[in-house]
Structure formats: structure tokens, C-alpha cells
Design a protein around this ligand. Sequence first.
Ligand code: ARG
Length: 392
Amino acid sequence: MEKVVLAFSGGLDTSVCIKLLEEKYDMEVITACVDVGQPREEIERPEAVATDLGNYKHYTIDAREEFAQDYIFKAIKANALYEGYPLSTALARPLIATKIVELAQKEGATAIAHGCTGKGNDQFRFEAVIRSLSDCKVIAPIREMNLTRSEEMDYAQSCGIPLPSDKLYSIDENLWGRAIEGDILEDPMVEPPEDAFSWTRSSEDAPEEAQYLEIEFEKGVPVALNGEKMEPLALINKCNEIAGTHGIGRVDIIEDRIIGLKSREVYETPGAFLLIKAHHALEQTTLTRNELKFAQQVTETYSELIYNGMWHDPLREDLDQMIDHMQRRVTGTVHLKLHKGSMRVVGRKSPYSLYQQEAVSFEDKALDQREMTGMVKNYAMQAALYHKVYKE
Ligand code: ARG
């Protein structure tokens, strides 16, 4: 029998997939869950469900360090944001797919399966990676059989898969953020109720007292908080906790999906906003105007590549080279003040700072003001000519 590795969450969709892969595709199923910082119960559940459903061979793959170091840190260096969304789900998909491919190779599987429906973004992201890295067949049973939710429920019932208790929202959570969609949030006029959030306090409930935070960066990545050196994983978790407490990082947007559907998305990504804001402040201190302007275009393109599942497009690697080169000087310290949903950069310093306090000071004579006269005089030459030659 051919072997298939299924990316397994233990939820309804992927549980249905196990049975379909056996019954309709006649395959031996191995399940796997890749840990990118989901809540602990989401890591433990798949293994328990795989056992309950029929003692399937199951793997739990801890990829948290790799996610922080090789994915999230790249996103910070690029200030990656897509339509205001820090790409938490999108960024984890290529890593999950990569781990599944590695497992399929180790297990000698000829196919990889996922539980995506035909409406979302993840089908593109998973399959782009799987096809770039392996010759495995890709099977998406729910999509291939065009199943609706209620058809899935019926099928689940017929093969003894426990039906989910009425979950309100569809949630995807990892180290870099938490995405909440579905249920009442599908109405774009409905304000997300407090129960949709779990990482962030509302600004009303945030502490009355402001908190100052010092973030140290080396070559574009954060290395210490309040003077304490930290590993990437711990540092990101801590940033989520601190910024979340102060009500930072809630997003409510209409987002353009890959296939063109607009969807209403709610996110809480406190650490991502905190770190990107601080990182950008340091770039403004150390990079030239030309570099900053170009970096903006890079942010746009880089973010689109991530969102669209193009992690393995060579352009992403090309951009990484360019970004790393530019980030050599993005080293230094940023001070932020967090208070009731607001976050302000209140200080920055860097050994590579291009800010010269003496030069902008009103008291300084190093820059001879008289030398500017000619430059200023001809500065708007073309505008002045236009007004001379063209009269309405
Ligand atoms: N729209 C986001 C993306 O495609 C997040 C989707 C998260 N999924 C969820 N079930 N909430 O990256």
C-alpha cells in the first residue's frame, strides 16, 4: 500500500481526511503535527486523536526555534506586513510544509495530504512548497471531493469521528500571532467581541500605568529586552506578553485572499507590531533616505511573496541577501513607551546612527549656512519655470 503523510490537527477536516485517504484513496496514513507555537492542547490533541481513530503512526515535530530564527526574524528584518497583517499564519505554512516533506522522505511516502478546502490561502502555500521540494503527489481530499461542512459532518458521524463541540471561531495560532475568523465575524459590521481575543487586553482594561521597554537589535534582529540577552523564542514570547498586556496588536481588516475573495480577518499580533515598530525606528536612524525608500518597496514585495505562498521563489532568497546586507548597520537600542493600546518610540541609539545632533542643532556652526544659498535658490527651478510659461 502506498504511504501518505497527512498534516494533522486533530480537528474535523483532517480527521475526515484520515478516513477518506484510507477508504477512497486506499492508502496507509501517517499523521504529523508541526509545532510552530500553537497552544499546548493543539500539539497534544492530534496525537491523542490519531490514537483514538485507529492507532495511526503519528509524529509531533517541534519547529519553534526554526520558526523564530529562520522565518520570523526574516520577517522582522523586512518589516513584513501584508495589508496591515503581520503574516503569522502565512509565514508558518512553508515551514510546516517543509517539515512534512522531510518526514515523507524519511517514511518513504509517495504522497502528502492536507485538509484545506478550495477557498483559502493555505492550499496554495502548502502545495507550492511541497512541489518545490519533492516529487510527492499532493492530495487534498476535502477539496477534491468538493465536500461541504455538513457533508463532512455526516461522513464523520458514519465513521465514528467525534463531532466538534460548537466552536465559535476558526482560530489559527502560532508564535507570531493569532488569527480569528468565522461565525459572527463574517459580518464585517459586527465588532469583534472581547471573547474573540486571548493574547491582548482591550485598551480599556490595560494597566493605568505606562511601561517602558528597551529592545536591543543586532544586524536587524532583536537580541535583548531591558538589557537581558534572550534567545529568539523566549524573546518573541515575552514581547507578545508585554505588548498584549498593554492592549497592542489587535487588527481588524478586510483582506484580499490569493484567489481574490475578500475576507474579514481579525488578528492579535502584539509582539509582531512591537518588534516591527522598534526595528523600523532603528532603520530610520541608521539607513539613508535612499535605502529607506527602497526598503519600503522590498517590504511590499517580500510580504506579498510570503502571503502568496512564494517562499521558495528565488526572488525571496535574492531579497534576503539584499536585506541582510542592508541590515549590517541596523544595530542599536530602541526605547518604547506602552500605554493603553498605544505604543510610541521614545528613544533610539546606534553606533551606526546617521543622526548628528551637532549638525541639526541651532547653536552649531560646523555647517556654514551661507553655503546653502545657491542650492536653495535653484531648488524649485522647474516649478518656477512652469509658473512663468503657463498661465491659465
Ligand atoms: N487570512 C490569514 C492568512 O491567510 C489567516 C488565516 C487564518 N486561519 C484561520 N482559520 N483563522 O494568512
